[in-house]
Design a protein around this ligand. Sequence first.
Ligand SMILES: Cc1cc2nc3c(=O)[nH]c(=O)nc-3n(C[C@H](O)[C@H](O)[C@H](O)COP(=O)(O)OP(=O)(O)OC[C@H]3O[C@@H](n4cnc5c(N)ncnc54)[C@H](O)[C@@H]3O)c2cc1C
Length: 428
Amino acid sequence: MLTDDFKPTPYWWEGLPPPSAEPAEPPARADVAVIGGGFTGLSAALTLARAGRQTVVFDADAIGHGASSRNAGAVTRMLHTGFAHMAERMSRAQFGALTKEAADAFETVRDLIERERIPCDWRMSGRFLAAASRAHAHNLRVEMDFMQNFSGVQCRWLDAADQGQEYGTRNGAGGVVVDGTAVLHPGKLVHNMAARVVMADAVLAPSCRVLSVARERDGFKLTHALGKTKVRDVVVATNGYADGLVPHFRRRVLPVQATMMATEPVSPELLKRAIPNGRMVIDSRRAWRYLRPSPDGTRLLFGSLSGYRDNDMPRMARRLHAEMADSLPDFAGVKISHCWGGMLGLSFDRIPHVGVHDGMHYALAMNGTGVPVGTHLGRKIALRLLGSPEGRTAYDDLPFPTRPTYNGNPWFVPWIARWWRFRDRFDP
Ligand SMILES: Cc1cc2nc3c(=O)[nH]c(=O)nc-3n(C[C@H](O)[C@H](O)[C@H](O)COP(=O)(O)OP(=O)(O)OC[C@H]3O[C@@H](n4cnc5c(N)ncnc54)[C@H](O)[C@@H]3O)c2cc1C
């Protein structure tokens, strides 16, 4: 089931590992410290450095080593929470503003890629949202109306009998074809964003975990793996990799593992049977299954939400392989060349959050949409720090919920993920 040269690392790192993990000496003083070197932190750093602010990006590991070089590369115009679910919980005006800004985030990434001339295999693929059961099909139809009205995308419904036009699964119940969304190579994007940040004269400090942040009269003192740095402002962009640095955030962002794998190269015919139009496919299971062709069109990339942290990648690959074979029996004999995991950051309300806590700016809880939303909110934080009115977002001032008994230890996440999988199996 695994190729002889199987690698327990992201396919995206092939020929392009995340930028060097060599420790760089962070300066003793700077204007802004950005904690977390993924899309969110790099986007903030790029905007700040271009405006002349001395900026240092700290990452506990290599820059881009977190979810930003491990995801599926889908660039959506929506949030991951259901529209209907969101609309029930808020006023129509607020709902409209949040959904509009999720769509704007798509444009932020597209603009960034065009403006900075970032080669990252951008393709306007569209997506197919596949109903995993008849009950899910009913819910997806409701979602489709919201999408058309609020996200600026063209959608159409495909019945189960026609589903093979988009997704060659054996157990589908129809789904929505969505135009106007894209896929890209996340490894190339994060790699090139880091390069642009350096060109803008910011300092990257990989392998330099920030251990504490102390508030002082005129700013903050950071203690990190290589010493101390004094800054005027701090941006926290640690999403699903948040450690105990700021307990307030740890109690609000649930780290949930998602896993992906790449198959060995397969024939174009086989790939075309699975995803005839090369779209990003996401099914409606609670434990999400998602798949797409590799940018060079030779492999299938397949993933799901595993929930538990398991570093035994051959074992994870076997589990994912079983899911792939369940969805796409034609792939049962195809071997796996890469399997990797990454941490999503989910909030309890499934909405991204941006704001200021104890004087520190943050953009957290990307809820599986960080390629556009992290890039967008990172830029917004920077604009806010620069005093620009463009720094305002519809996500400002939303209460960032936790649970009274949740102390930041997500011991229950694997159990919830198991429960989701159990329910997914028996949905009508
Ligand atoms: C398998 C998988 C598939 C996904 N698919 C998609 C998709 O198709 N489309 C999409 O939009 N999103 C997707 N996502 C989610 C997306 O990858 C994330 O939302 C996004 O990368 C978050 O970016 P970020 O910069 O906020 O955080 P990250 O990229 O996770 O970066 C956070 C960084 O903070 C660092 N850090 C943490 N604590 C400290 C500290 N104390 N000091 C210094 N550094 C610290 C970590 O080392 C880490 O590098 C997926 C995620 C996974 C795991």
